[in-house]
Ligand binder design. Structure first.
Ligand SMILES: *[C@@H]1O[C@H](CO)[C@@H](O)[C@H](O)[C@H]1NC(C)=O
Ligand SMILES: *[C@@H]1O[C@H](CO)[C@@H](O)[C@H](O)[C@H]1NC(C)=O
Ligand SMILES: *[C@@H]1O[C@H](CO)[C@@H](O)[C@H](O)[C@H]1NC(C)=O
Length: 188
């Protein structure tokens, strides 16, 4: 028995969770809002961050399964957001109202994605370690001073850029597999 329901089910299991979930539709707009808010907080500092950026972790994710990629994105956004939950956020040079909006937007990005992954998946421990190192060597070293907030914002932008690239690649491979699995010609 081959019904439309089972066809849809087959299609969805081929694509899950990338296209059977709604997140791809909204992600770009929400990410654009986050980027815009970061931009409105002012120019990015030219200071070098004392913690090198984990490009390697991102490169690694390109070969991972979609579910792991989504978990990675959810966790990255969560860890970014954690950085800003700090007693001395008000030392930052920008008005904290923008940070509130930014965090709300990051939260929405995360919620959309969370619905698409099983909650028992955990992110890479190296990602957590990196964020701890980043916090320790910037915010904790200065007690949340203005200059360290500038570094945090600069690194946040790099993360959002990398996440956008990762999302673009997920989107591209989802499109490819959809085209492949669309039964335009019956196969035997
Ligand atoms: C957000 O989207 C608008 C309209 O498409 C575009 O002009 C703008 O450059 C984007 N902003 C960022 C930070 O990507
Ligand atoms: C940084 O400081 C905060 C607040 O004092 C503390 O909770 C956190 O554990 C510290 N982080 C690291 C990585 O030392
Ligand atoms: C916030 O700043 C105050 C005053 O500089 C400092 O005593 C305190 O440790 C800082 N809090 C954190 C969590 O870094």
């Amino acid at each position: 028995m081959f019904s439309w329901t089972s066809l849809l089910f087959l299609l969805c299991s081929a694509l899950t969770p990338a296209l059977c979930c709604d997140w791809l539709r909204h992600y770009r707009r929400l990410s654009n809002n986050s980027q815009t808010l970061l931009h409105l907080m002012g120019e990015l500092t030219e200071e070098e961050c004392p913690v090198s950026f984990p490009y390697k972790l991102y490169r690694h994710m390109y070969n991972a399964e979609v579910e792991s990629q989504l978990v990675f994105i959810v966790d990255s956004l969560g860890l970014i957001s954690d950085l800003y939950h700090h007693d001395n956020l008000s030392s930052a040079n920008w008005d904290t109202d923008k940070t509130e909006k930014f965090l709300m937007n990051i939260h929405r990005q995360t919620e959309e994605l969370k619905g698409c992954v099983s909650t028992n998946k955990r992110a890479d421990v190296r990602l957590r370690k990196y964020f701890r190192r980043l916090q320790r060597n910037t915010l904790n070293r200065t007690g949340g001073g203005a200059a360290s907030w500038e570094l945090i914002r600069k690194e946040t932008k790099k993360h959002l850029d990398q996440l956008d690239l990762l999302v673009a690649s997920i989107r591209a491979s989802a499109e490819t597999s959809r085209r492949r699995s669309t039964p335009t010609q019956p196969q035997h």
